[in-house]
Design a protein around this ligand. Structure first.
Ligand SMILES: *Cc1c(COP(=O)(O)O)cnc(C)c1O
Length: 347
């Protein structure tokens, strides 16, 4: 499979915008004065345009994730990265994507925005991909297959065999969304990136890394794919404040791993308590994320009752295979105690 054959013709031919910082790259030279970008020269910390390639930030990520900088692209949240991927590979009103509901809602929204058909192949009852149905539903215009593992909202990870078979047999791009990978004891597919030229891995600093507010999404792929995505990304898509805050945070990985460790042990504790102490909870599904999906007697009733107790969770009952299911994010210990008290009080 030649990856460039999957790229839209207009993108292949595109002459990208060349910013002032692209044309003169060595922005750190002390002797230089910069009169090339029509910036306001009075220093206030953010009067200059940010580094369009976020080099310092990528250096840190490259070290933490043990991957070459050339395999990284950053975006204004994963949502921007996902949108860039749509626009590189999917011709509006012609191409299609495949998603596996119940899953993250943005794939479907972005498909609609980009006028790309979304072929839906439901997960099986164990929330695993139905590999042969997925491959059967693909046609010559199926450009992207979206896999979310650990999956939102179900919480489980897809089996290695299923993902591997799809990577090998699907004749398009496979986007593997690993937003929750840092909460999981399963291996990231990042270490196998080089084996699969059609693999794009998406991660985010919004969950385990605790930076939902700064909006930073990360994309890992072959240099070939990263280069095409770079052609179409807005030149300054990751702003200076985001870069600065992310750098500070990534220099304190011990803090991050400590928080993740606490959340994982709270998730385990919460799961046990929910299974043993609350009568109307019928099932608490296994989770590799920082949330739990549970099946109750009447999801909408329980959702509304919790609101009365000042606890807001997510009602997923309208999602396929999620009838009467609620999704609960794991909070800090005190918040989880308050949740448990409320859940017991409304028995
Ligand atoms: C939360 C989440 C994201 C993160 O999106 P950002 O735009 O980076 O905040 C991505 N994918 C999934 C499946 C998520 O649940």
């Amino acid at each position: 499979m030649k990856i460039l054959d999957l790229v839209r013709d207009n993108i292949k031919d595109l002459q990208p915008y060349s910013s002032a910082r692209d044309e003169y790259k060595d922005a750190t030279s002390k002797e230089m004065i910069f009169l090339d970008a029509n910036e306001n020269p009075f220093e206030n910390g953010v009067n200059r345009y940010p580094d369009p390639q976020q080099n310092n930030l990528k250096d840190l990520l490259s070290e933490i994730k043990n991957i070459d900088k050339k395999n990284i692209l950053l975006g204004n949240g994963s949502d921007e990265v996902l949108d860039l991927i749509f626009r590189v590979f999917c011709e509006p009103n012609k191409d299609n994507i495949i998603t596996l509901p119940p899953t993250y809602g943005m794939y479907s929204v972005l498909a609609n925005i980009n006028a790309v058909e979304n072929k839906k192949v439901l997960l099986n009852k164990d929330f695993q991909p139905r590999v042969s149905q997925i491959l059967d539903s693909a046609d010559k215009n199926s450009k992207i297959l979206f896999l979310c593992s650990p999956n939102n909202p179900t919480g489980n990870s897809f089996t290695v065999n299923a993902v591997e078979e799809l990577l090998i047999k699907f004749k398009g791009i496979v986007v593997l969304d690993e937003a929750y990978i840092d909460f999981s004891d399963k291996k990231s597919w990042l270490e196998r990136l080089e084996e699969f030229p059609n693999l794009i891995i998406i991660q985010t600093l919004s969950k385990a890394f605790g930076l939902a507010g700064v909006r930073l999404g990360v994309c890992y792929a072959s240099k070939e794919i990263i280069n095409v995505l770079n052609k179409i990304k807005p030149p300054y898509n990751v702003n200076e404040l985001t870069q600065q805050r992310a750098i500070v945070r990534l220099q304190k990985t011990d803090e991050i791993y400590n928080e993740v460790g606490q959340l994982v042990s709270e998730r385990k504790r919460l799961k046990k308590e929910l299974e043993s102490c609350v009568g109307y909870i019928e099932e608490v599904f296994p989770s590799d994320g920082n949330f739990l999906l549970l099946k109750v007697d009447d999801a909408t009733k329980r959702y509304n009752q919790l609101i009365e107790y000042g606890v807001v969770i997510r009602n997923r009952t309208t999602q396929p295979l999620c009838e009467n299911c609620l999704r609960i994010s794991v909070g800090i210990c005190e918040e989880n105690q308050k949740l448990l008290r409320a859940l017991k009080a409304i028995q």
